[in-house]
Design a protein around this ligand. Structure first.
Ligand SMILES: Cc1ncc(COP(=O)(O)O)c(C=O)c1O
Length: 456
C-alpha cells in the first residue's frame, strides 16, 4: 500500500478552518512549511485533520531521526510518567539526567574525561557553549562562519549569519562575534576549487588574527560540521583538522554545533567523526529527545567545569521525561542500526540525484553526508544563479502531492532531506518519486553534467 493517501484537496477544510484560528491568535512570526494541521503521526507518516496521509521528509526539522512515536520511546516516557514529571535538577537531582550525560560523554569523540550539561533547545545549548568557552579561556571573542545557523536567542542570533528573516530588525546583537566564509565549495567565496585551493577558507583563520581580531582574545571558533539551515554543505575532509590545528596553536576552543547534524543524522553519531576531529565542546539537540525537547553541551571535563557552582543551569533543563526519551532514542539508534541506515539512505539519494543532475537543468548540486542530503537548485548550471522561486514551487508541489519537505540555504534554493531514518525503502522511493515529479514540473531537461556528492 502507498504511504501517501490523499482524500481532500490540500489543504482540506479542517486545516483551512484551523489556519484561520491560528492567524487570529498566533503572531505571524512562526513560519509554516505546509498549511496542513496534524492529527496524528506514526513512523514516517503524518495524518492531517482532514484524513490525508503525508510522507514526512522533514522529521520536524531533524528532530525525528528515530521516527514518529516509536514504541520504545513511548514506553520509556510512560514508565517515567508514573514516577515523576518535573523536579528541577537544581532542586532535587535524579538519575535520568546523569544517565544521559554518561551516554553522551561516552559517545563524544576523544579519549579524555568529559562532562555534559542538559538544557532545553539548540539555541540554549549554543548560548551555554559560549559561556563555558569564555569562562574557561577568560577571553571574549567568538568566530563563526557565513551561512551558519546557531539559533534565535540573542547570542545565538549574533552567531547566525542569514539576515532575512532571522536577524533583520532584531539588532543590537551581543558583540565580539567575527565571521569568516565557510567551506562552501559550490559557491567558494575565494573563487577557488578544491583541492587546488589548499583549504584557503580554513587557513584564512590565521589571516583573520592579523586583520580582524587578535588570536589571544578569541575564546572559540564555532562551526556546524555540516551546514544545516545554510544548505547541507559538508566541507572537504581536511577542513576541520586544519581549523582545529590553528585553534590549538592559539589556545582557542573548537565548538562543533551538532544540533542538526548530530544524533545519527549523517551515519555517525556526531558528524564531526567523519572528519577525525575531537572538538573541545559539542552542542546537540533536535533528535536527542526522540521527539521531546532536550539539548546538551558536552565537552572536555576541565572546560565544562570552568563556570562556578550555580553559573550554569535552568528550570527545565534535562526534564525527566525528555531524559527518559533520550536514553530510549539513543538505545534505538544503536540497537536498530540507524547509523548504517542513514548511510544507506544517503547512497540511495545520491543514486537518484545522479540521474536528476543529468535530467534536470535546475539541479545544480546533489550533496550531503549520509542521510543528511540535499539538492541545490539553480536557474542555470553555468551561472549557478539560485533558483529560489522554483524551490518554493517544488516544496509546494511536494506537499500538495503528499510529501512534506523543507527548504534551506542562504538563498532558499536547497531542498533538504531529514526523513526519519526508520523510513522503509518503499516509502523512501515513493517520496523520491514525488520529488522527481516536482523537479520535472519546474525544470527543462539538459545535457549530461557531473555529480558532486561529497568531498569526503
Ligand atoms: C546547527 C543549529 N544550531 C542551533 C539551532 C537552534 O536550535 P533550536 O531551534 O532548538 O533553538 C539549530 C536549529 O535549527 C541548528 O540547526
Amino acid at each position: 500500500m502507498k504511504a501517501i493517501q490523499l482524500r481532500t484537496e490540500i489543504p482540506g477544510p479542517n486545516s483551512k478552518a484551523l489556519m484561520k484560528r491560528r492567524e487570529a491568535e498566533v503572531p505571524r512570526g512562526p513560519y509554516h512549511a505546509t498549511p496542513i494541521f496534524a492529527a496524528r503521526s506514526e513512523e514516517a507518516i503524518i495524518e492531517d485533520v482532514d484524513g490525508n496521509r503525508f510522507l514526512d521528509f522533514a522529521g520536524g526539522i531533524g528532530c525525528l531521526n528515530t521516527g514518529h512515536r516509536p514504541g520504545q520511546i513511548e514506553n520509556a516516557i510512560r514508565q517515567q510518567l508514573e514516577k515523576y514529571l518535573h523536579l528541577c535538577f537544581s532542586v532535587t537531582p535524579y538519575e535520568g539526567y546523569v544517565a544521559v550525560a554518561e551516554k553522551l560523554n561516552s559517545l563524544m569523540p576523544g579519549k579524555f574525561a568529559k562532562k555534559t550539561l542538559l538544557v532545553n533547545s539548540g539555541a540554549e545549548a549554543v548560548e551555554n557553549a559560549v559561556k563555558i568557552a569564555r569562562a574557561y579561556t577568560e577571553r571574549p571573542a567568538v568566530i563563526a562562519f557565513n551561512d551558519a545557523f546557531h539559533g534565535r536567542t540573542m547570542m545565538a542570533l549574533s552567531l547566525t549569519s542569514k539576515t532575512h528573516p532571522y536577524k533583520a530588525g532584531f539588532a543590537p546583537f551581543p558583540g565580539d562575534v567575527y565571521r569568516l566564509p565557510y567551506a562552501y565549495c559550490y559557491r567558494c567565496s575565494y573563487g577557488l576549487t578544491y583541492p587546488s585551493c589548499k583549504l584557503a577558507c580554513a587557513t584564512a583563520l590565521e589571516d583573520a588574527f592579523k586583520r580582524v581580531v587578535s588570536a589571544e582574545s578569541v575564546a572559540a571558533v564555532i562551526a556546524e560540521p555540516v551546514l544545516g539551515e545554510g544548505g547541507f554543505v559538508a566541507p572537504p575532509k581536511e577542513f576541520y583538522s586544519t581549523l582545529q590545528e590553528i585553534c590549538r596553536k592559539h589556545g582557542i576552543l573548537f565548538i562543533a554545533d551538532e544540533v542538526q547534524s548530530g544524533i545519527g543524522r549523517t551515519g555517525k553519531f556526531f558528524a564531526i567523526e567523519h572528519y577525525g576531529v575531537e572538538p573541545d565542546i559539542i552542542t546537540s539537540a533536535k533528535s536527542l529527545g526522540g521527539g521531546l525537547p532536550l539539548a546538551a553541551v558536552t565537552g572536555r571535563a576541565e572546560i565544562m567545569d570552568a563556570p562556578g557552582i550555580g553559573g550554569l543551569g535552568g528550570t527545565f533543563g534535562g526534564n525527566p521525561l525528555a531524559c527518559a526519551a533520550a536514553l530510549a532514542a539513543i538505545d534505538l539508534i544503536e540497537k536498530d542500526g540507524l547509523l548504517a541506515r542513514s548511510r544507506q539512505l544517503g547512497r540511495q539519494f545520491a543514486e537518484r540525484g545522479k540521474q536528476w543532475e543529468k535530467q534536470f537543468q535546475i539541479v545544480g548540486e546533489v550533496r550531503g553526508l549520509g542521510g543528511m542530503c540535499a539538492i541545490e537548485l539553480v536557474k542555470n548550471p553555468a551561472t549557478r544563479q539560485p533558483a529560489s522561486e522554483e524551490t518554493k514551487k517544488i516544496a509546494q508541489y511536494c506537499y500538495q502531492h503528499g510529501l512534506i519537505t523543507i527548504t534551506a540555504g542562504t538563498y532558499g534554493n536547497v531542498m533538504r532531506i531529514l526523513v526519519p531514518l526508520i523510513v522503509t525503502d518503499a516509502q523512501f522511493a515513493e517520496g523520491l518519486d514525488v520529488l522527481e515529479a516536482a523537479l520535472s514540473s519546474v525544470s527543462m531537461p539538459v545535457p549530461e553534467k557531473q555529480l558532486v556528492t561529497s568531498n569526503l
